[in-house]
Design a protein around this ligand. Structure first.
Ligand code: LLP
Length: 438
């Protein structure tokens, strides 16, 4: 197992992340514990910003906050100059509370509720990415009521297949997201925005999927964008100001994943757009991305305490962790594969295959199935599971009434708590007992 950026092993044989001893972090904050490496997040932000500066100097980089949305994380990406994409009223509210300039915020969602549109319009956020015709009516009505205008872009569903888990393919024909192009709905949507006194069309958008390693689907998307932009020019006389390519850059979960640098995606898009726009006589518009996993995935590590080691002869060895699907549902939900190590015994050979089990009451609650661990793995050891920064905390639940773990931000030997561990009282805080049961 190759250590990630910012990780090391100290003289005690403990894993360190950005100079912080993970065993000490586990003692100080308890486990399970999400550890977020601030420098790693900033490095990723800079990688995409530098690539954009090279090819699209007026381009825009948003952070898809669904990957990890909390106030400290939002502050970090904001200080790096990224905008923030929210996919619910809750994410938008957090971004506003983090003090992010509303102009740098965007709202997504295939089923936006009126209160979410109200929050967006009242705060005059940069862009609402519309997902369907009914939503345009809702935006129009909310704007009328509030007597405010909204910048709206259109999310397209051009029917692109990518090599990703079916749950995260988002631009196929049979999929709930976006306006179809071939059925005329996207054009109809653009017309409605164009004819509205309350909405302005700020661009077109498409997110093709997640954890993508090939550049080719992005080149294919360029073709769809240019075609549709040309249609809008011919049919409505509109020049599309922005192409938003969504997110999806793949990251490394295991050694099998060979992520490409952000620049390679940006360059393919640059080369393809350059050629296509020239051919079609349109100017290259502003290019935008909204990246989640790429920004935060590898910057996160989860620490666990071993509660037991159960050998099933000739079958496998289960290691009982104090985490599980309530804090990382991705193994159970998508069959995700993670790398792990024994953070308290990094200097011992990791030679014994162990399956890391969660503590929830179902057999499917597993974190890994085959993690090399030291022979001496025992109760009290600290485990580290890598690349848990994206879609772990943000998908956490209180299943089995387990508290959502704390998150600590580490940076050059300094550790700061950024999310408190839930208490049992937090968990029952919204429960009410009707009079008849008292
Ligand atoms: N933009 C839109 C419109 C999206 O729907 C998404 C992710 C992103 C950007 C960011 O994608 P990323 O850069 O993170 O790949 N829970 C799943 C991932 C769901 C992704 C949903 N949309 C998982 O754990 O793999």
């Amino acid at each position: 197992m190759e250590l990630r950026y910012g990780m090391n092993v100290n003289e005690k044989g403990h894993l360190t992340i950005s100079g912080c001893d993970t065993v000490e972090l586990a003692q100080k904050y308890g486990t399970p514990l999400y550890v977020l490496d601030e420098k790693f997040v900033r490095k990723n932000c800079r990688e995409i910003k530098d690539a954009m500066a090279k090819y699209f100097p007026n381009g825009k980089v948003m952070y898809a906050s669904k990957a990890l949305n909390n106030l400290a994380m939002l502050k970090i990406v904001d200080s790096e100059g990224l905008g923030v994409d929210a996919v619910s009223g809750g994410e938008l509210y957090a971004a506003l509370k983090a003090g992010i300039n509303p102009e740098k915020l965007e709202l997504h969602g295939n089923s936006k509720c009126e209160d979410e549109i109200v929050l967006a319009v009242e705060n005059q956020i940069g862009c609402i990415i519309a997902d369907g015709l009914d939503e345009l009516d809702l935006i129009e009505n909310v704007c009328k009521k509030l007597n405010k205008k909204a910048s709206v872009s259109i999310r397209l569903r051009p029917n692109i297949d990518v090599h990703a888990h079916t749950a995260v393919q988002t631009a196929k024909m049979d999929c709930k997201f976006g306006f179809g192009i071939s059925d005329g709905q996207a054009l109809e949507g653009a017309k409605r925005i164009h004819n509205s006194e309350f909405m302005t069309l700020c661009g077109i958008h498409c997110h093709i999927g997640s954890q993508i390693f090939e550049q080719e689907p992005f080149a294919v998307l360029c073709g769809h964008f240019v075609d549709f932009a040309k249609t809008l020019k011919t049919e409505l006389g509109i020049t599309v100001a922005e192409f938003n390519f969504g997110g999806g850059f793949g990251v490394r979960y295991t050694a099998e994943d060979q992520p490409k640098p952000a620049e390679s995606f940006v360059k393919v898009i640059f080369d393809t757009l350059d050629a296509l726009c020239t051919q079609n006589g349109i100017a290259v518009p502003k290019v935008a991305f909204e990246l989640g996993r790429f920004i935060v995935g590898e910057a996160g590590t989860t620490l666990y305490t071993v509660n037991g080691v159960k050998e099933i002869p000739d079958v496998r060895t289960y290691c009982m962790s104090d985490g599980g699907m309530f804090e990382n549902v991705r193994t159970a939900l998508y069959g995700a594969v993670y790398e792990a190590a024994c953070a308290s015994k990094m200097n011992q050979n990791h030679v014994k295959s162990v399956a890391i089990a969660g503590k929830c009451c179902e057999s499917g609650d597993m974190i890994t199935f085959d993690s090399p661990m030291p022979e001496s793995l025992e109760v009290g050891d600290i485990l580290s599971v890598f690349t848990t920064g994206a879609y772990n905390y943000s998908m956490a639940s209180n299943y089995n009434r387990n508290p959502v773990p704390a998150m600590v931000l580490v940076n050059d030997g300094k550790d700061d708590l950024i999310v408190k561990r839930q208490t049992y009282d937090d968990i029952i805080a919204n429960d009410l007992i009707p009079e008849s049961l008292k």
